[in-house]
Design a protein around this ligand. Structure first.
Ligand code: AMP
Length: 392
């Protein structure tokens, strides 16, 4: 059973508790990047047009169950008001009698933003009492927080059982439609591109992708653990010593399954991130690899050009620093130029695509890192399971 779609829910005149992912980067008390706010607009506008009373809740940062002024959602509510060109009410708490009273003051087509869910420890703990208090703030529940669907938190799972009418918003629908193409019979060859800092973060992804893809391209710091496992000299590059055997085993299993694994053949190396970098096919003692080299980019680009389906998560190097951004840029350009169905998931790789202004040449850029990974691994997302249980 799949969750109900927003369009089928009786939202006219109702208080709709709308769970969004408004976890936006802040610079001081200002919103530094409004991508997630913009991604939420279609559902908010849909609800406004149908005369719902919209009560928005979201988390922001990691306040660890305490009120923190610098992680208030108030600046986010201001940006939302600008984008919607209408007044947006703000509640200085998340739950409670005063907040409940405010939700009843919201006019039809009006919007109220609640304070950061994570100011309450009950949110992350999925505390039934907190979930019940949250549920009193709406008559209908809509989840459009794709990036939070993999978390079993009160506003994502616990709250759902209190609603007769509950479903998913337009962003979640669009994400599921785009990502499901990777899970159900993707066009072949299917190439997975994985980068980022740690093998340990990506083990589950590698294990499940090796059953789905025809080739795996590996970059970023995690490549050095794989190279070290093959006995290649990696100097002082980041390596997870306790993952060497696992890396070896993963590569053996890929070989058994006929999944090709591509590792860097040259690197941009330096003694430290601020030291002078050089391109080299070996990494001497005292040096670290901070990016994949140009020969590697060409080899990866050739594999990418032949693919029919591509999933990419994680940068190819320390791309935030210009001297080490070439690998991520090169792979991003190759993915953008590919005729394949292309999906980019995850904060860093999505940010890189936007930074290189290639977003309009990618089939789908997921707004959820962890959630998109878990979904394409074929795992269930707790938020979707809870909603599906409520049924049609
Ligand atoms: P992740 O959060 O696992 O996707 O890792 C992203 C981070 O890994 C980024 O901040 C990159 O700067 C960093 N990173 C990627 N490649 C390297 C590398 N070769 N050396 C050091 N850091 C890296």
């Amino acid at each position: 059973m799949s969750p109900r779609a927003l369009e089928t829910l009786p939202v006219e005149g109702a208080r709709v508790l709308l769970r969004l992912d408004l976890n936006t980067p802040l610079s001081g008390r200002r919103v530094a990047d409004a991508t997630r706010i913009d991604a939420a607009l279609p559902t908010i506008r849909h609800l406004q047009e149908r005369g719902a009373r919209v009560v928005i809740c979201s988390h922001l940062g990691r306040p660890k169950g305490q009120k923190m002024r610098e992680l208030s959602l108030e600046p986010v509510a201001s940006v939302l008001a600008e984008r919607l060109e209408s007044e947006v009410m703000f509640a200085h708490d998340t739950v409670g009698d005063d907040v409940e009273y405010l939700t009843k003051e919201v006019p039809q087509g009006g919007v109220l933003v609640l304070e950061n869910l994570r100011f309450h420890p009950g949110e992350k703990a999925n505390d039934p009492d907190f979930a019940g208090r949250l549920a009193r703030l709406g008559d209908v529940y809509v989840n459009d927080a794709f990036g939070a669907l993999h978390r079993s938190h009160a506003s994502v799972t616990g709250v759902v059982e209190h609603f007769k009418q509950a479903g998913v918003g337009l962003l979640v629908q669009r994400e599921l439609e785009a990502l499901s193409k990777l899970v159900t019979s993707p066009d072949r060859p299917y190439v997975g591109i994985l980068g980022g800092a740690k093998v340990s973060d990506k083990i589950d992804v590698i294990e499940s992708l090796m059953h789905r893809v025809d080739a795996l391209i590996i970059g970023g710091a995690m490549a050095y653990t794989f190279l070290a496992a093959k006995g290649v000299e990696i100097g002082d590059s980041l390596v997870e010593e306790n993952k060497l055997r696992l890396a070896r085993r993963l590569m053996d299993r890929c070989a058994e399954r006929g999944v090709k694994v591509f590792l860097p053949v040259d690197h941009v190396v330096a003694a430290a991130p601020d030291a002078e970098p050089v391109v080299s096919d070996s990494i001497g003692e005292g040096l670290k690899g901070f990016d994949i080299g140009p020969e590697t980019v060409s080899a990866y680009a050739a594999v990418i050009a032949r693919a029919s389906t591509i999933f990419w998560n994680g940068p190819m190097g320390m791309f935030e620093k210009e001297p080490f951004s070439g690998g991520t840029r090169g792979v991003a350009e190759a993915v953008a130029a590919a005729s394949a169905y292309t999906v980019v998931g995850g904060g860093d790789s999505a940010a890189a695509i936007h930074h290189f202004e290639l977003a309009d040449r990618i089939s789908h850029i997921s707004t959820g890192g962890g959630a998109s990974l878990q979904y394409i691994e074929g795992k269930e997302l707790p938020g979707l399971v809870a909603l599906a249980r409520r049924g049609a």
